[in-house]
Write a protein that binds this ligand. Sequence first.
Ligand code: ADP
Ligand code: TRP
Length: 331
Amino acid sequence: METVVSGIRSTGKLHLGNYYGAVTNFVKMQNEYNCYFFIADLHSLTTHPTPADLHGNVKHVLVEYLAAGIDPEKATIYVQSDIPEISELYLYLNMNAYLGELERSTSFKDKVRSQPDNVNAGLLTYPVLMAADIIIHKATKVPVGKDQEQHLEMARTFGNRFNRMYNVEYFPEPYAFTFSEKLVKVPGLDGKGKMGKSEGEGNAVFLSDTPEVIRKKVMRAVTDGGPTEENQAKPDAIQNLFDLMKIVSSADTYSHFDELYNKCQIRYGDFKKQLAEDMIVATNPLRERINDIASNSDYLRKVSKLGAEKARASASKTLEEVRKIIGFKRF
Ligand code: ADP
Ligand code: TRP
């Protein structure tokens, strides 16, 4: 059976981008593959969280994974920092990761631009740690959103480089995976790009947002004066709302508003109201379960312990073999 690995950085609560880009695929994949889903808390250290925030954010992601329907009996769910072998493999891979290629990664360049005061080495080697996460379980399929494609290419590069260096065929190549025909990119409410935690207040709708908050965020989304010509192309700040509607609403609802737009009869107030209500319906079952699971500490303890045991079994087997391949020997 093919192995699947994916994770989400624990820098806050999950939003609709994380959910439709990644987590909905996790839930489907757990029935067909050998799945490892983790909470990337080591990756979150690049943002310098306080100890309390670090733990709180790990809990958010763990709870929301479970609320979304990842089943700890089917998939292995674990916290990245519980598996020290990942850090060890990261160290080995770093020896063959070159400054030039790391500096060229788009996500690194974005961070240099957006946070010039905190360009730390962890950010630079972020794709190396991500490669370690994936290849430690010899995964071939990685459910992620569109923005992670380049990281996967780097994971293949680092795995292949290890194979070539030691003349082995040890790590298989991992590829991004989705059940839809293309990798998903969920736009943000501001129409400036993808939905993301760090893209500014009001851009992201979180799975745990209350209906009132969702309505407020959607109604505040910027629109324009409306179309003036029939069938005219939609500007970014309108297209994003249609893209979101395509994701959360029925096909009929979508074509209803699309037709109104094309006939220059759309009323953005009605359109946004409908979008907000459909987002609420899509997230309703999650919201209830998030609250239940978050208050069940015993369950969370059990799930993370079981996951850590299963993930460590797989990771330590790989590291034993990797150490041998590299040439570490006991006297
Ligand atoms: P954020 O961008 O909010 O920090 P992450 O980078 O931690 O979120 O993303 C975690 C997972 O969710 C990745 O698989 C990523 O591809 C996916 N993801 C995040 N934002 C989006 C989005 N707007 N559209 C599709 N997938 C997304
Ligand atoms: N880089 C991913 C993100 O920002 C999170 C991540 C870390 C990941 N390690 C991974 C995703 C391994 C898939 C596989 O979303």
